[in-house]
Design a protein around this ligand. Structure first.
Ligand code: 0O2
Length: 221
């Protein structure tokens, strides 16, 4: 392979990754706007935390080889949907679906796939709502349509997923059976906690509404 070709590949790779970085920047801005507006209307922030990540070149190559995808930027672009990843941690379960609806209703966002691992948790107990989206990125000489994977979960779901991920890697992906059972139980405990917090949240909303109504009545009288 010539020096010239290596130079070309470097330029192509940088431009390839840039489109995903810009897509993440765009999505982050969109989410910050939604969060700010939502908190103005409803008096609380549905989004606790947003994190973004670009798939590492190692992990990308591993996936490309595993899926038997030809080693070209075009094929990778068309077939790997999680090069750009964004994770949204919400306060309550109901926030997840509200945020998801708000994202889906944006005109420039194309919803490619939705995986609801909250309604249908994975056998190991994993819960999260995954959206596979395509968003346009406007570059100096072209428009690119870029895949972004959005994972939306509660703090409890995120806590469980982070620990499970660590354990999975600690045991080199061969976790002892009894630990798998305990992890599944822990996922159920996290889910029960989410339900409890959602109930509390609803009760607080009712009390707040009653108080507001009372203040409104007093002002009229
Ligand atoms: P990383 O390091 O987070 O990128 P596909 O991407 O469609 O080919 P799949 O398996 O259909 O593959 O996607 P799926 O099930 O929607 O999961 C994709 C991502 O969700 C994973 O990315 C994880 O981030 C997360 N995830 C899915 N299942 C689990 C789980 O059991 N435990 C934890 N902790 N996370 C999970 P990557 O590429 O595996 O890893």
């Amino acid at each position: 392979i010539s020096q010239e070709r290596i130079k070309e590949l470097k330029v192509d790779f940088t431009r390839f990754r840039m489109a995903y970085k810009f897509a993440l920047d765009e999505m982050t801005t969109k989410l910050n706007i939604l969060n700010e507006e939502f908190s103005y209307i409803h008096d609380y922030n549905p989004i606790e935390h947003i994190s973004t990540r670009m798939k590492s070149p190692d992990s990308l190559i591993k996936k490309v080889l595993k899926k038997n995808i030809p080693l070209s930027f075009d094929h990778i672009k068309d077939n790997i949907r999680d090069i750009a990843g964004i994770r949204i941690t919400c306060s309550f379960r109901s926030d997840i679906y509200q945020i998801s609806e708000m994202i889906q209703s944006q005109r420039d966002i194309e919803v490619i796939d939705i995986k609801d691992y909250i309604t249908n948790p994975k056998p190991n107990g994993y819960r999260s709502l995954h959206l596979i989206l395509k968003i346009p990125v406007f570059m100096s000489d072209r428009e690119e349509s870029v895949f972004v994977e959005v994972q939306i979960r509660t703090i409890a779901m995120d806590f469980w997923a982070s620990l499970e991920h660590k354990i999975y890697y600690k045991y080199n992906q061969e976790v002892p059976e009894e630990l798998l059972i305990e992890l599944k139980e822990a996922a159920k405990t996290a889910s029960d906690l989410d339900k409890k917090m959602e109930d509390l949240h609803k009760k607080v909303a009712v009390i707040k509404q009653e108080k507001d109504d009372l203040i409104g009545d007093e002002m009229v009288n």
